[in-house]
Design a protein around this ligand. Structure first.
Ligand code: PMP
Length: 535
């Protein structure tokens, strides 16, 4: 039988909790001279509401729970610690955890000198209930931590297993639902006396910076925790930000649904990449991925500015990859794919990062087998695909720019980065044809002549009737080529005529691609195509 009185540490049972100034007076204070605050200050001179009245009300509505069943902490990390301090006698009591799992349960146990008993998850990352049952009669086992969905494996623990544990155990079962918003299952509505669910504002609600966690459980258990917690553990700014977010449930849902979609896309795409052995199924906002050599992939990603978590010590050869924005995920995919590129041939790269854009361009002039462009501007991506296809070059472009302003910086900076990557790939420019020239057409007639002679120049003769084609401003077309010629150090002479702007622009990009293909082609001589001796 669950008996709270028997479970609480004797010193906590007898504890007279700290009475804050604001606890003692419940009327309407017109002049507050009770808490030794500075009456001037900077707008936050008063202690925050220690009872979290508004936050509790808002969260209770958000989750459809009774506000008496709530306790808030400075992150759910604080609640884990509070639970151990309230119920486990140091040097005597135990907690049970199921590795591989979230590291803080063990750390908090160790800090409090409370033994951490472990039973590994089985090969499906589930709890083997039959092996747990004999452990449940131990009167010194006070808390069982079940992380569901589990970090770092990503799967949910079967609901029936958790409920079975609560039935057969006289202590408290703590279910950590940090990631439950990324799946549809939660135990918050279960009114089980010895169950406490902890959740966090750091994941789905997107407020890791404010440090806020919440425990939802039996009112009597919550009262014990309230006795132990510091009086003002949730500060005023945190309360304010949390309330603001909880008032926008539709936006939270929208963000979660994008992340769930991206998780699906990533789980389908990653297994197609060589070197990836397995992508574990996930109910969270991260994926546990097994590689042939996780350490090497970790290093490659880090060299490319992408940081993931190496979890190989917990699950062999795995990295835990958080699901990011679609652009971030594309960038990760592109770096992972690049690992399998032929590195033979003339390659060039440019990583360009400013306050307006972050761009990664990788090109291979001699291997067109792998190309992908993602700039966030679909029509522009389509044009970059023309360069790759008709130029017969490998072209990988990831651009993350300030599209909320307009596409200008993204297009211009992509062109600059692309030009630099060309410049790098051409090296000393020995043994290239140097000149390219073509006259392709649809309903339009386009001429693009190019000279990789080492000097930038753009001659431009093309007008557009429309201001935009798709989401790309037409004025950015000449700007793209000007920027490219600046950093690729080439002359470009572009003329186009015709009626349909889409065709005209597309034929310019195609003709440019063909001109590029001709100009960068290796000739057999290996000599520098210039009498100056340098290009
Ligand atoms: N529980 C789990 C399972 C987690 O993965 C994390 C953070 N990674 C936490 C709790 C900590 O949450 P908080 O930021 O609220 O302390």
């Amino acid at each position: 039988m669950f008996d709270l009185e028997k479970l609480i540490r004797p010193n906590i049972k007898g504890l007279k909790p700290y009475q804050s100034a604001r606890d003692e007076f419940s009327g309407l204070a017109e002049v507050s001279l009770d808490a030794n605050e500075n009456p001037f200050g900077f707008g936050l001179n008063r202690y925050p509401d220690a009872n979290l009245t508004d936050l509790k009300k808002e969260f209770a509505a958000f989750r459809n729970v009774d506000s008496n069943r709530l306790i808030f902490g400075n992150g759910s990390d604080e609640l884990i610690d509070l639970l151990i301090r309230a119920f486990c006698e140091p040097g005597q009591d135990r907690i049970l955890i199921f590795p591989p799992t979230f590291g803080m349960y063990e750390v908090c146990g160790n800090i409090n000198n409370v033994e951490v008993q472990k039973q590994n998850l089985n090969e499906d990352f589930q709890i083997d209930i039959e092996s747990v049952k004999p452990k449940l009669n131990d009167s010194n086992l006070k808390l069982i931590f079940v992380c569901s969905p589990n970090n770092p494996t990503g799967n949910s623990i079967h609901r029936e297993t958790i409920l079975e544990i609560t039935k057969n155990f006289d202590g408290i079962v703590v279910v950590d639902e940090a990631y439950s918003d990324f799946t549809d299952s939660s135990l918050v509505s279960e009114q089980i006396p010895n169950l406490i669910v902890i959740q966090t504002f750091s994941k789905a609600i997107g407020l890791a910076g404010i440090r806020l966690g919440v425990g939802i459980g039996n009112t009597e258990v919550i009262d014990v925790l309230n006795k132990v917690k510091p009086p003002y553990n949730v500060n005023a700014l945190t309360q304010q930000k949390a309330i603001e977010a909880l008032k926008r449930p539709d936006e939270i849902k929208k963000q979660v649904s994008i992340l769930v979609e991206e998780r699906k896309r990533m789980s389908q795409t990653l297994p197609t990449i060589e070197g990836i052995r397995r992508v574990y199924s996930s109910d969270t906002n991260f994926l546990l991925v097994e590689f042939d050599d996780a350490q090497e992939v970790y290093n490659t990603l880090a060299e490319n500015g992408i940081v993931v978590r190496d979890r190989s010590k917990q699950v062999a050869n795995t990295l835990r990859i958080t699901v990011g924005t679609p652009e971030e995920n594309d960038r990760l995919l592109s770096v992972l794919r690049e690992e399998n590129y032929s590195t033979s041939g003339r390659t060039g790269e440019c990583l360009r990062s400013t306050s307006e854009t972050q761009i990664l361009v990788k090109i291979n002039l001699d291997d067109p087998s792998n190309s992908h462009s993602n700039t966030g501007i679909p029509f522009f991506d389509h044009m970059l695909d023309q360069i790759a296809r008709h130029g017969a070059i490998g072209l990988n472009i990831q651009t993350k720019g300030d599209l909320q302003i307009d596409p200008h910086h993204s297009i211009e900076d992509t062109a600059l980065a692309l030009g630099t990557a060309f410049d790098n790939a051409l090296g000393e420019r020995k043994g290239i044809e140097r000149y390219g020239f073509l006259l392709p057409m649809d309903d339009s007639l386009t001429q693009v002549a190019i000279d990789f002679g080492g000097r930038p120049w753009l001659e431009w003769e093309a007008d557009f009737k429309a201001t935009h084609v798709g989401d790309m401003p037409t004025e950015m077309v000449s700007h793209f080529f000007k920027s490219f010629s600046d950093t690729a150090r080439c002359n470009l002479n572009i003329k186009a005529e015709g009626d349909n702007d889409h065709h005209k622009i597309e034929s310019i990009f195609k003709a440019f691609a063909r001109a590029l293909k001709m100009a960068v082609r290796k000739d057999e001589s290996g000599v520098l195509p210039s009498t100056k001796g340098v290009l």
